[in-house]
Design a protein around this ligand. Structure first.
Ligand code: XLS
Ligand code: NI
Ligand code: NI
Length: 431
């Protein structure tokens, strides 16, 4: 234990409690036959909470953390504080990038040496603790070598470097019994089409993903490979734009049964969708894997990665997750960071505890709405006509036989209300 948080006493569930506690998140409460902890599967993101120094485009570091510094001892200290926080929050999972957890070395071999020491340290801490790995990933966007992309780089040597990075991170994720492996392609896109061979770059990226899947099978990694869509930022255009785009890409490279989605709230908004749209679409395509929970600033429109605090929005998101049967290997990763003025250790705990409560409230609302059944039965009755034999047959037939029904059956379709306001009022009774 470190003394960063003064105490590592786990937060209590106490709806009437004073100070720091959970007012809505009760890990042991059973909803729809499952404990809340097992439904939500919360994870802390190592990068935002322990590696980010609090900079913005106009100013540098605001956080002063005892583990900032480039040595392996700093990295171990960081891990000690991180695991203290996992215990305080009682989160079942965490997630990392290679660059978050180890000091960067002068060579690949030196970085690998540092990384493997930390992975061993994690292994030791995980054996005696309660926190597991939801997913690992390779950071292939921060270092300048990746400025023109990782797998999509015009320089094949960067492709090779990326292969080495993913191989190392996938091996480590496997070693730590991680439940998923994520690929987010922040620089897999372009700044200007004028210098970009788009066709070639997409082919490189497709082959890279195939190689990752082949390697996963080779080493017997049972976790899911997840792609995280985002339309832009940092690149002007990113190839993994949104769920629909990634699905087309997976089909093109024969990976639609191998790869699923890690869907982030803020990325959905950046792509001009709602979070629930992206979740519903992925579920309908059978590729819903996991979620990155956060929110953007709606005024600036930037990907500000704030902690969620909009219960109705979160409720609609979990509603789609529940309709899809809940998470399997996936979970709720807080890909969210403090505001740069939130300097205190307490701010880190409060941010997560509050977000866990927001998710719990939203999740409970979603579970009640689904159990109530009115929404689903109203949705079903809207499509009831399609349950008739005639309608089903029509889909088996051709255009001419469908067209013939108009005259033969003297069809005259009558518009029906979509009842949006009634449905919104219904939802509002639960959130
Ligand atoms: C950035 C992404 C990133 C991924 C992991 O916008 O959300 O944090 O989740 O590389
Ligand atoms: Ni993001
Ligand atoms: Ni993310």
């Amino acid at each position: 234990m470190t003394n960063f948080f003064n105490s590592t006493q786990p937060l209590r569930f106490d709806p009437e409690g004073e100070g720091l506690c959970f007012r809505h998140y009760n890990p042991d409460e059973v909803l729809m036959g499952k404990r809340m902890e097992d439904h939500l599967r919360f994870a802390v993101a190592y990068w935002h909470s322990f590696a980010w120094p609090g900079g913005d485009p106009f100013g540098d570091q605001t956080f002063d953390r005892p583990w900032f510094g480039g040595t392996i001892n700093h990295a171990k200290r960081k891990a000690d504080v991180a695991f203290d926080m996992f215990d305080i929050l009682r989160v079942p999972y965490f997630c990392w990038h290679d660059a978050d957890i180890r000091p960067e070395g002068k060579t690949f071999a030196k970085s690998q040496y540092n990384f493997e020491q930390i992975i061993e340290y994690f292994q030791f801490k995980m054996e005696s603790g309660n926190t597991k790995l939801l997913w690992g990933t390779a950071n292939m966007f921060s270092h300048r070598r990746f400025m023109s992309g990782a797998a999509t780089n015009p320089d094949p040597d960067v492709f090779a470097w990326s292969a080495a990075s993913v191989k190392l991170c996938l091996d480590a994720t496997h070693k730590l019994n991680g439940e998923n492996y994520v690929l987010w392609g922040g620089r897999e896109g372009y700044e200007t089409l004028l210098n970009t061979d788009l066709k070639r770059e997409r082919q490189q990226m497709g082959r890279f993903l195939q190689m990752v899947v082949e390697y996963k099978h080779k080493i017997g990694f049972a976790g899911a490979i997840l792609v995280e869509p985002k339309p832009q930022e940092p690149s002007k255009h990113q190839y993994d734009y949104d769920v629909a785009t990634v699905y087309g890409f997976l089909k093109e490279f024969g990976l639609e049964h191998e790869v699923q989605m890690n869907i982030e709230q803020g990325h959905a908004i950046l792509a001009g969708h709602s979070f629930e749209h992206e979740l519903a679409l992925a579920a309908s395509l059978g590729i819903l894997g996991s979620i990155d929970m956060n929110r953007n600033d709606y005024q600036s429109g930037w990907d500000t990665d704030q902690f969620p605090n909009n219960v109705p929005e979160v409720a609609l998101a979990y509603y789609e997750v529940l309709r899809a049967g809940g998470f399997n290997k996936g979970g709720t990763n807080f890909d969210a960071k403090l505001r740069r003025q939130s300097l205190d250790p307490l701010d880190l705990i409060a941010a997560h505890a509050g977000a866990m409560d927001v998710c719990a409230r939203g999740f409970k609302a979603a579970a009640e709405l689904l159990s109530d059944g009115t929404l689903e039965s109203m949705r079903a009755s809207r499509y009831a006509g399609w349950e008739t034999c005639a309608a089903k047959q029509m889909l088996q037939g051709d255009l001419e036989s469908a067209a013939a029904r108009v005259e033969v059956e003297n069809i005259d379709p009558m518009p029906r209300s979509g009842q949006q306001e009634i449905l919104e009022n219904l939802v509002n009774r639960f959130v």
